[in-house]
Write a protein that binds this ligand. Sequence first.
Ligand code: ADP
Ligand code: MG
Length: 587
Amino acid sequence: MMARRLPLVALLALVALGPRLLPEFYVTLFNYIGLYGLVALGLVLLTGIGGMTSFGQGAFVGLGAYATAYLTTVHGLSPWATLFIGLAVTGATALLLGAMTLRLSGHYLPLGTIAWGISLYYLFGNLDALGGHTGITGIPAVSLFGLSLESGRDFGYLIWAITLAALWATQNLLASRQGRAIRALKGGSLMAESMGVDIARTKIIAFLIAALLASLSGWLYAHLQRFVNPTPFSLHHGIEYLFMAVVGGAASLWGALLGAGVITLLNEWLKDLLPKLLGASGNFEMIVFGVMMVLLLQYAPNGLWPLLARRLPAPRREIAVSDAQPLTQRDKPASGTTLLEVKAAVKRFGGLVAVNDMSLTVKAGEILALLGPNGAGKSTMFNLVSGVAPPTSGTVHFLDRRIDGLDPRRIAKLGMSRSFQHVRLLREMSVLENVAIGAHLRGAAGVLSSSLHLERGEEARLLAEAARQVQRVGLGEHLHDAAGSLPLGKQRILEIARALCADPCLLLLDEPAAGLRYLEKQALAELLRKLCGEGLGILLVEHDMDFVMGLVHRVVVMDFGEKIAEGLPDEIQRNPAVREAYLGGVE
Ligand code: ADP
Ligand code: MG
């Protein structure tokens, strides 16, 4: 226990004693590490974890710094008031920029951040009110409890108190329901969306938090230096922040502080050492940095923190699961009630008619198989029903509500839950946490209460529910294993547990038996039998005829987008059109 907390204990000791014991030069460096670490922390959240690359954080630091510099010197406001004004200005700017750029995909998002990084930088330099390129001097010191924090030694305590608080809060956030949504942004958006996560909103949240942390750092910077000019807020520094996040470990919060420390110290030492070694003056450190970056990306793409963390005697982290009071469940329709009714659905992709005049129903307590050779249009049907792609014409009703045209989140909320043909798991996350994403809509805690860890009660109930679903599908022994370490058969079962965690009355499964071995298929069939016995309706999309025959109640067969047969399993097996489709068709 103690050993795992070694980094924290060491850092706390340094924060407590450093400003008193270190020489002036190192106190200054240590303060800068705290300031930069704060920005890098936001970038780890945004880029390392959320997968959105930003080169423009320097501009947000500048907004925080200039807001306080201007308002304290020109308007005589107190630094504590300007802190909140700066955060508000930054927040509003980030919301605006985020709304414009976060929708961009691929390389366009980083290019967008470069664009506003540059334009804000020039704004600082060209506004006369902000002192142009010479900047603003005479920024007052911050006082706290009547104590003026004029020296770097004193102000350092405030810097590090804020940085450590931010580390604590972001750690809390990541371990929460909202944090699981953020962690799903990179590589799990479609899955998360179908579990009810509002992806667009979650992206904005991550972006906003990163911008606010940068702004906070800018406020601290202005009152440490007591002077600001545009230089530290340039694109160049935006890139350096990104270096810090990547060098430390883009996906670990501690990596942000490590990266800030390593880059800041190296920068100073190299600046000092290289000209002496080379006997000439110049910015040699930048060249060395460039080379080091390339090597690092080559040999330690996850940054330095994972290398360090591996040396700490850390037992695997197990999230405690309590037997908290169960979550409320939705009222389930009685067995035999019609859950899903698709009527005359058509889906065209340009000239291709992928689904043509398809109708089917699924009742509570029944398994319906939608069968057909590859390319028949099964997945397209699945997407029509789950809201991923609305039908061109026709209707879909779920529990007597018309749902065609609703987005997947709304449909999920009504009690329909799905798995994916190609498993979509967050491989590094534990089985428990993956399943807990399924319960997203059953919690309500927001970002603030999660960051302050005030949602303990709700979080315990969500995790207890997730653990219960993991037990229910028989994966109990794997609760704390990384999802990616399970064999495919168990990953598919995990997806079912995640779907169950949403407390659905209808389960949609897209080829759950694909790629499974015989015994895995047996286990899956056993589970599905049990679930429908508990009153769940299941729509099973499958092309493996043998798998469904002993298992399902009714079968609908489609080929080339159309229904070619419907009936009981043994009728279907004897049906000549079906045999033709399977033997003479694509398969
Ligand atoms: P199945 O799941 O039965 O194997 P699909 O529903 O995936 O079949 O595909 C049915 C047909 O629709 C195929 O010819 C496929 O190429 C086409 N199709 C599926 N999705 C799209 C899409 N987004 N755009 C264009 N064509 C598509
Ligand atoms: Mg398919």
